[in-house]
Design a binder for this molecule. Sequence first.
Ligand code: RB5
Length: 149
Amino acid sequence: MKIALASDHGGFELKEYIKTLLKEHKVLDLGTDSEVSVDYSDYGIKAGEVVASGEAYFGIVVCGTGIGISIAANKVKGIRCALCHCPEYARLSREHNNANMLALGGRFLTKEQAENIIKTWLSTPFEGDRHIRRLNKISKYEESNHASH
Ligand code: RB5
């Protein structure tokens, strides 16, 4: 499975660690490539576009809190980016929300916590069923909103 990975400077260290966890996947590292200050917006949008286009199946993005980069990714049509602080959120974001991107807070998680979240997120399938109806409402809104601009 191809996974897009991106961070700003606040998530750089954790992003580099995440790469070592994803050895059995193809990883598309979209940067950043150092702790020099950059804008999370650029990286969240870029990773979102790569996932929305189908170039990568999933995306994992990291900034200091995970908030900014998840907001940015969620502006891309078709992206459902879930900011997860624990494995339970990760599980539910896949089962109920069919999240196609995961956002993490690099300054608030230990490597072990991040690893547990990622493992759970990647191994949990979408439940479908009633959740499809709810997600369809978001897609429909997205379609109409974009069509009117
Ligand atoms: C950068 O200092 C910080 O604002 C960013 O990493 C992130 O936490 C934003 O939401």
